[in-house]
Design a protein around this ligand. Structure first.
Ligand SMILES: *[C@@H]1O[C@H](CO)[C@@H](O)[C@H](O)[C@H]1NC(C)=O
Ligand SMILES: *[C@@H]1O[C@H](CO)[C@@H](O)[C@H](O)[C@H]1NC(C)=O
Ligand SMILES: *[C@@H]1O[C@H](CO)[C@@H](O)[C@H](O)[C@H]1NC(C)=O
Ligand SMILES: *[C@@H]1O[C@H](CO)[C@@H](O)[C@H](O)[C@H]1NC(C)=O
Ligand SMILES: *[C@@H]1O[C@H](CO)[C@@H](O)[C@H](O)[C@H]1NC(C)=O
Ligand SMILES: *[C@@H]1O[C@H](CO)[C@@H](O)[C@H](O)[C@H]1NC(C)=O
Ligand SMILES: *[C@@H]1O[C@H](CO)[C@@H](O)[C@H](O)[C@H]1NC(C)=O
Ligand SMILES: *[C@@H]1O[C@H](CO)[C@@H](O)[C@H](O)[C@H]1NC(C)=O
Ligand SMILES: *[C@@H]1O[C@H](CO)[C@@H](O)[C@H](O)[C@H]1NC(C)=O
Ligand SMILES: *[C@@H]1O[C@H](CO)[C@@H](O)[C@H](O)[C@H]1NC(C)=O
Ligand SMILES: *[C@@H]1O[C@H](CO)[C@@H](O)[C@H](O)[C@H]1NC(C)=O
Ligand SMILES: *[C@@H]1O[C@H](CO)[C@@H](O)[C@H](O)[C@H]1NC(C)=O
Length: 587
């Protein structure tokens, strides 16, 4: 038996009784055993926080490894999240964020142990060797190769179709790192943090699990490194030095998902083993045929299938519209503010207010375009109202499905989402992971709104021990309604942020790859929903809308599109809706 297998066996035996998610792989020797530049801490700034670096937030969206079932994937979350943030730093926080997929190493990194735990360094080695994809290619499912999500040719990137089958998209994006290494001890960690967040092993004690805020100073002394977190900064307060960390336990934990812990004392063994990686600015667009050539021999082949036409996913529920109208939720054309020739919430003098890009058809097909368009508009508008301060907001589209708030995986109406948000509020994505799941009993139980799950990771076919998070943080909208016509649409986008709009979903729109889309169709019956985030005009004088689709970064212009204004535009100016969020998060 090889040393590696033996180690695996011993580890599996060991972890069957523990609940940790950190397992060091001593065989990994990273290219660097310390940060590339090392200076004395005294010559470094005394405060650094990547969530507010000179007023700019460089932290991507926060995650929750514990849903939809328990999975000890902290090692993958901490390392992919630190890398995503380093990409954001590299790109000066410009659109788009690269949300590196934690599910890929959990299924495919054989140097770690999936939901039973692993080493953040193996993730960086995996990325360096193979590259990695983003969340829209590989939605987190909290499963690994031992309980239902083995590494197949579809593990790295897939999208799904209305016939229920999934395939590698024609092209998709692959991200890489140029090098990686470790950082051990306060001085090395401080140095590594100058380049961006790092992933550090630690002991997640019960006391730490109970943390709700402030600078954590542990009382326990025995330590077992069993967890991995992202460190995103450091500081000093009342003469107490601290680290600022980000956990992968949802935004309902700690300080909105973040925490502070005393620094320089190796508290909870947090200063013993950290990993960092340098993002590669070159993002490759990979052609499906290349993926298949490379991996066909080693991986399973799905039977060939005819790609079906994608279905529409938007219906109008006239009772909702009538109700909105009765409540006076109709935008009047104002005495127009002077509208600029171009406006783009992805780039307001360099600042990007977009929440992350989603793929409604991953891990399975689900016609939830209406839910995605509406939740992304609410999240983007919260980012705008909060001046893009930490942390990135994401509103859960799965909760919309679980609560039947406007529709289901067949179709729905965004007005239903806004109405629900006004009455009951909506939680962050970290309360309910998006699974594209057509919920059989969408009854909005407390668990369907917000949940967490505890160890152990369930075996295939078993259920995880999950329970509801009571009184989860919620976001409300104050008012909502509908509008139509170029001037009102521009006014609303300009004043308040992105709006959701119905379109006719044509074959050529489905196949859109980039440029300013224009198509004269005989029918423009609305049957699909997108978000509009701005407008512009090209050199030839053609005015266009800038929109967001919910079919992943592999669709269109990194998930977005431009479409001609005024005509030949699939009816995009006929049926739009909006909502004004309240930026006070409850709890
Ligand atoms: C960000 O940091 C600046 C100082 O650099 C501070 O004035 C500002 O209040 C901070 N913003 C937030 C949202 O904490
Ligand atoms: C980020 O800003 C730096 C310094 O201003 C600049 O050199 C670099 O090109 C910018 N990168 C991107 C992707 O905008
Ligand atoms: C990632 O980048 C490194 C360093 O440039 C390179 O050696 C490696 O081949 C790249 N990996 C992939 C999968 O492209
Ligand atoms: C954590 O909180 C639970 C529930 O409030 C409590 O029973 C437990 O004693 C706490 N544990 C520690 C170590 O503080
Ligand atoms: C620092 O001291 C001030 C004043 O006593 C107190 O309000 C604050 O909460 C302290 N900060 C921390 C992190 O304990
Ligand atoms: C992918 O590669 C094949 C074969 O080289 C080529 O025919 C096809 O046009 C490429 N597809 C895209 C979308 O680039
Ligand atoms: C963002 O907008 C600025 C003008 O405000 C422009 O100079 C810059 O090129 C734009 N960036 C991108 C990536 O389009
Ligand atoms: C956002 O910035 C504006 C203008 O500087 C300011 O009035 C507003 O209070 C800020 N909002 C938040 C939540 O910081
Ligand atoms: C989805 O909602 C529509 C309209 O309410 C309904 O007709 C359809 O049966 C629902 N589909 C499923 C799978 O529940
Ligand atoms: C859905 O609800 C019905 C009636 O309450 C119940 O019989 C059925 O078992 C439930 N199905 C699931 C999957 O919970
Ligand atoms: C789930 O966890 C709770 C709290 O630890 C425990 O009381 C309960 O027995 C567990 N349920 C199962 C089915 O293991
Ligand atoms: C936002 O919510 C807070 C807390 O629930 C409430 O006090 C406030 O009035 C709301 N603001 C608006 C504009 O609705």
């Amino acid at each position: 038996m090889s040393r590696f297998l033996l180690q695996h066996l011993l580890i599996v035996l060991f972890i069957s009784s523990a609940s940790g998610c950190f397992i060091k792989n001593n065989d990994i020797v990273p290219p660097h055993s310390a940060p590339e530049t090392l200076v004395e801490p005294s010559s470094l700034p005394s405060y650094l926080f990547w969530g507010n670096y000179s007023g700019i937030n460089y932290l991507t969206v926060s995650r929750n490894q514990h849903i939809p079932q328990y999975c000890g994937g902290c090692w993958s979350f901490a390392s992919t999240s630190a890398l995503a943030d380093r990409f954001k730093i590299l790109r000066n926080a410009t659109w788009p964020d690269y949300n590196i997929a934690p599910q890929v190493p959990i299924s495919c990194d054989y140097l770690s142990f999936g939901c039973n735990g692993g080493d953040p360094m193996t993730v960086y080695k995996y990325i360096y060797d193979r590259g990695i994809t983003d969340e829209t290619c590989a939605t987190y499912q909290a499963k690994d190769r031992d309980n239902g999500l083995e590494c197949t040719r579809l593990s790295r990137c897939k999208t799904c179709y209305s016939n229920g089958k999934c395939d590698i998209p024609d092209t998709h994006l692959v991200y890489n790192v140029t090098t990686y290494g470790s950082a051990i001890g306060e001085t090395q960690m401080l140095n590594a943090l100058q380049n961006g967040p790092i992933a550090c092993a630690m002991d997640a004690t019960n006391e730490f699990e109970n943390y709700t805020g402030g600078i954590f100073i542990p009382t326990d002394h025995e330590v077992v490194t069993n967890h991995v977190v992202e460190l995103v900064g450091y500081g000093v307060e009342n003469n107490t030095k601290y680290w600022i960390g980000r956990n992968s336990w949802g935004t309902y934990w700690g300080e909105k998902g973040l925490f502070r812990i005393i620094r320089g004392k190796d508290a909870l063994a947090i200063e013993e083993y950290c990993a960092w990686a340098t993002p590669d600015p070159v993002v490759k667009q990979v052609n499906k045929t290349l993926v298949e050539e490379k991996t066909v021999a080693e991986l399973k082949i799905l039977e060939a299938f005819e790609r079906p036409e994608k279905a529409g996913c938007r219906v109008e529920k006239s009772e909702l519209k009538l109700q909105a109208e009765a409540n006076g939720y109709v935008i009047e054309e104002n005495a127009a503010p002077a509208l600029p020739a171009a406006w783009d919430w992805r780039n307001m003098s360099g600042l990007n207010y977009m929440s992350w890009t989603r793929n409604m058809n991953n891990p399975q097909f689900c016609g939830a375009c209406w839910a995605h368009a509406a939740t992304s508009c609410i999240a983007d508008r919260i980012n705008i109202l909060r001046n893009d301060t930490v942390a990135q907001i994401s509103i859960s589209p799965q909760v919309i499905l679980n609560c039947n708030a406007g529709g289901n995986c067949t179709s729905g109406d965004p007005i239903g989402v806004y109405k629900f948000a006004q009455q009951y509020g909506l939680p962050d994505d970290t309360c309910q992971q998006y699974l594209a799941e057509p919920v059989e009993n969408a009854t909005c139980t407390a668990r369907q709104v917000c949940e967490t799950c505890i160890p152990p990771p369930p075996k295939e076919g078993q259920t995880s021990n999950c329970s509801a998070i009571t009184n989860p943080p919620l976001w409300y909208v104050g008012s909502y309604g509908f509008l139509a016509g170029v001037t009102k649409m521009k006014q609303e986008i300009y004043t308040n942020g992105p709006i959701s709009c119905g379109i006719y979903y044509s074959k050529s729109f489905e196949n859109y790859k980039g440029g300013i889309f224009s198509e004269l169709t005989m029918t423009t019956k609305v049957n699909y929903e997108v978000a509009l985030v701005g407008w512009g005009v090209n050199k030839a004088g053609t005015e266009y809308w800038i929109g967001r689709n919910s079919q992943g970064t592999m669709w269109g212009e990194s998930g977005f599109f431009r479409i001609q204004m005024y005509r030949d535009n699939l009816g995009i100016e006929t049926d739009c809706s909006w909502a004004i969020p309240n930026i006070t998060r409850t709890n």
